[in-house]
Design a protein around this ligand. Structure first.
Ligand SMILES: C[S@@+](CC[C@H](N)C(=O)[O-])C[C@H]1O[C@@H](n2cnc3c(N)ncnc32)[C@H](O)[C@@H]1O
Length: 243
């Protein structure tokens, strides 16, 4: 049986120099912005309580906070190195009282919330890191904590269902990483990101689109819409039906 232990994949060099991700995956910034753009018009006119999973250094949090003023955001991450950077980047919103940062893992953070207490759960490039069983539990908890009519807005890496085409895409990506990190002679970071990629691509973790949509629908989300898909970079909105 698969372990549900919480992994810490951003504790080393990757976390300390997370900004370098923009070099090898500029889509992170673009899709994180799309999370904010989608949130900007979600239930417009109603102040929203938002719970963000895996805020990292705050890229996705910033897109949410800039999207609208009527937001109360709680952002969690289980990696202190990342949270420390978020604290610095998002100091303004911590001061205004609109943002709370909490060190905890996604599942524990969600389990601590009451039923139907959150308007939106958001995340950017987080859930693909999870072990399959842990991810299913996280999705079940998201459904539980959302108010009816609420939504999970997730910008993330959803693997292609065409496995051959997926492998080809990943091979192209790895070639690009060698070029990008090679040019600045950062083979130490290259090594760490390749190791990380092995984890993301393993059968224990890989998050394919079709099975993810099925899983969300089985949990009760409806509709579940893919608003953006460019390669594996995707934006999904999964709604909890109004009763
Ligand atoms: C790729 S980063 C994305 C960060 C941020 N959302 C962004 O758009 O830049 C993934 C983040 O998720 C966090 N993370 C991974 N697994 C987690 C878990 N089980 N619970 C909470 N945070 C987790 C990592 O520590 C890391 O900060």
């Amino acid at each position: 049986m698969q372990s549900l232990e919480v992994e810490r994949l951003f504790s080393g060099l990757i976390g300390a120099e997370y900004d370098m991700l923009k070099l090898i995956c500029p889509a992170v910034v673009e899709v994180s912005q799309k999370v904010g753009d989608t949130f900007a018009t979600w239930q417009a006119g109603t102040p929203l309580t938002v719970f963000e999973l895996g805020c990292g250094t705050g890229i996705t949090s910033l897109s949410l906070l800039r999207a609208r003023d009527d937001i109360k955001l709680t952002s969690i991450d289980n990696e202190p190195t990342m949270l420390e950077q978020a604290k610095q980047h998002l100091a303004h919103w911590i001061d205004t009282g609109q943002l709370r940062l909490i060190e905890t893992d996604a599942l524990s953070g969600l389990k601590a919330l009451p039923d139907e207490s959150v308007d939106v759960v958001a995340s950017g490039y987080v859930t693909h890191n999870f072990l399959q069983g842990y991810r299913t539990q996280v999705l079940q908890e998201i459904f539980r904590v959302l108010k009816p009519g609420g939504a999970f807005i997730n910008g993330d890496l959803y693997a292609l269902d065409d496995t051959l085409e997926h492998t080809r895409l990943i091979q192209e990506e790895v070639k690009f990483w060698f070029k990008a990190f090679g040019e600045i002679k950062r083979y130490d970071l290259l090594e760490q990101w390749i190791v990380h990629l092995f984890s993301d691509e393993s059968s224990d973790h890989i998050m394919r689109l079709e099975s993810s949509l099925v899983c969300m629908k089985e949990i009760g989300f409806s509709p579940v819409n893919v608003l953006y898909r460019e390669g594996i970079n995707s934006l999904l909105v999964a709604e909890k039906p109004k009763q």
